[in-house]
Design a binder for this molecule. Structure first.
Ligand code: ZN
Length: 175
C-alpha cells in the first residue's frame, strides 16, 4: 500500500498511518503528529496548567449549576425536535430553533403552565406528568409566542375533549 507510513512532524520518526489519529479536517484525513507525541503534549499542557499540588479545587455548586443548565438545554432540544417533526407533518410554521434560549427559560420552572403540576422529563415512556408542548392557537405554528409547556395529561385530554373540557375534568379531579 502506498503512503502506509508517514513522518511525524514532531518526533520525525517514520510511523504507520495507523499511528496517527483520524481527523477529517486534515487534508490527508490523519493528523501530522503521531499519537505518542500528541499524548505527551496533552500531558505536558495539563501539568503546566495544573502542576502537582496545585490542582483546581472542585466547585460542587458550579458543577451542579452546569449540570442543571445542560439538562435544561437537553429538555428544550427534546421538545423542539418533537415540535419540528409535527410542524413538518402538519405543514405549519416552526421557528423555535431561533428562540432556544427563551425555550430553555420557559422549561426552567418544570411546571405545567395550565395545571401547575410539577413536570418530569419522560425517560423512555411518557407519563401523565411528562413535559410536553402544545399550541395556544391550534391553527398557528410552533413559535415561542404560540407554545405552552404543559403536562402530557392535559395535552392528551385537550386533544380528546378540547381544552375547556379537559381543564374542567382536571379541576374536578383536584377537588
Ligand atoms: Zn511523533
Amino acid at each position: 500500500m502506498v503512503n502506509s507510513t508517514k513522518k511525524c512532524l514532531r518526533c520525525g520518526q517514520m510511523k504507520s498511518v495507523e499511528e496517527y489519529e483520524k481527523d477529517s479536517r486534515c487534508s490527508t484525513g490523519r493528523r501530522n503528529v503521531c499519537r505518542t507525541c500528541r499524548n505527551n503534549l496533552r500531558r505536558k499542557r495539563y501539568l503546566e496548567r495544573f502542576p502537582p499540588g496545585k490542582r483546581r479545587p472542585r466547585n460542587h455548586a458550579k458543577e451542579a449549576e452546569y449540570a442543571r443548565g445542560k439538562r435544561r438545554r437537553h429538555i428544550a432540544t427534546y421538545l423542539a425536535s418533537g415540535a419540528r417533526k409535527r410542524a413538518k407533518k402538519k405543514n405549519i410554521p416552526f421557528t423555535l430553533d431561533q428562540h432556544m434560549d427563551a425555550l430553555i427559560l420557559r422549561t426552567k420552572p418544570m411546571k405545567c403552565e395550565l395545571t401547575g403540576i410539577p413536570l418530569r422529563m419522560a425517560d423512555g415512556t411518557r407519563d401523565y406528568d411528562s413535559i410536553s408542548m402544545d399550541r395556544v392557537s391550534p391553527e398557528a405554528g410552533y413559535t415561542i409566542e404560540n407554545i405552552r409547556i404543559v403536562c402530557w395529561a392535559i395535552n392528551a385530554a385537550a386533544g380528546t375533549w378540547g381544552l375547556n373540557k379537559a381543564m374542567e375534568i382536571f379541576r374536578k379531579i383536584k377537588e
